[in-house]
Design a protein around this ligand. Structure first.
Ligand SMILES: Nc1nc2c(ncn2[C@@H]2O[C@H](COP(=O)(O)OP(=O)(O)O)[C@@H](O)[C@H]2O)c(=O)[nH]1
Ligand SMILES: Nc1ncnc2c1ncn2[C@@H]1O[C@H](COP(=O)(O)OP(=O)(O)O)[C@@H](O)[C@H]1O
Length: 206
């Protein structure tokens, strides 16, 4: 199945900077719209239901799984997260370029469904910096930080399955790299669309 707009998936270990980069990209580029996921995790810091996530109970999440309401879902760091079909269809109707901020398991599932999806993996510059960012963010308990760091090694081993890898050392540089990936995909998509219409014109197909 071809996604009608451009579909970008951004994954990274917790603390690598994916939310900050996606947020900064959307502030620069209104054509990129987020798909708001559902999660059984409790809200953190300033998070608002319906903005960062739809925060739902285990039962609600179970019901959505049973009813086939998710394009993909995964168990991550002891919580469940999923991209609802409704959230994606809402963006498809807008013809938006959609950015999914999901884990590597979800990214692989999305690529199977939408082969034209562009998968981007964000890496921290070092282990020490990853830990330090989680501690500086100060939104997770020490135990939660340990769980996330333990999972990070396995998550980063999957980076090679992605189309692009960005090292988020200097934030502005990483943001530029993410912008360039989005821009290149748009040009490719536009070129393909124009080539198709040129061919149709040459063959007198309206
Ligand atoms: N598969 C999947 N993963 C998701 C989804 N939403 C968020 N995640 C991932 O779940 C993990 C934990 O997210 P979160 O609790 O917000 O922590 P963070 O990584 O520190 O921002 C991250 O890897 C997210 O990318 C989703 O809808 N599907
Ligand atoms: N390039 C960077 N240099 C220093 N700190 C960063 C950088 N990118 C993100 N951060 C900070 O690191 C912490 C984790 O970033 P965040 O976007 O929440 O990561 P993720 O969404 O991948 O868990 C935040 O406090 C954020 O401000």
């Amino acid at each position: 199945m071809e996604y009608p707009g451009n579909l970008f998936v951004v994954a990274a270990p917790s603390g690598a900077g994916k939310s900050s980069l996606v947020k900064a990209l959307m502030e620069l580029d209104s054509r990129v719209q987020p798909s708001v996921s559902h999660t059984t995790r409790a809200p953190r810091g300033q998070e608002v239901h319906g903005r960062e996530y739809y925060f739902v109970s285990q039962d609600t999440f179970d019901q959505m799984v049973l009813q086939g309401g998710f394009v993909e879902w995964a168990q991550v760091h002891g919580n469940r997260y999923g991209t609802s079909k409704q959230a994606l269809e809402q963006r498809i109707k807008q013809g938006a370029d959609v950015i999914l901020e999901i884990d590597y398991q979800g990214a692989i599932q999305v690529k199977r469904i939408f082969p034209n999806a562009v998968l981007v993996f964000i890496l921290p510059p070092s282990w020490e910096e990853l830990r330090s960012r989680l501690e500086r963010r100060a939104e997770d308990s020490a135990d939660v930080i340990e769980v996330r760091l333990q999972n990070a090694a396995n998550e980063m081993a999957h980076a090679k399955e992605f189309d692009f890898v960005i090292i988020n050392e200097l934030f502005e540089r990483a943001l530029f790299d993410l912008k360039a990936i989005v821009h290149a995909q748009r040009l490719k998509y536009a070129a393909q669309r124009n080539a198709r219409s040129d061919t149709f014109r040459a063959l007198n197909i309206t």
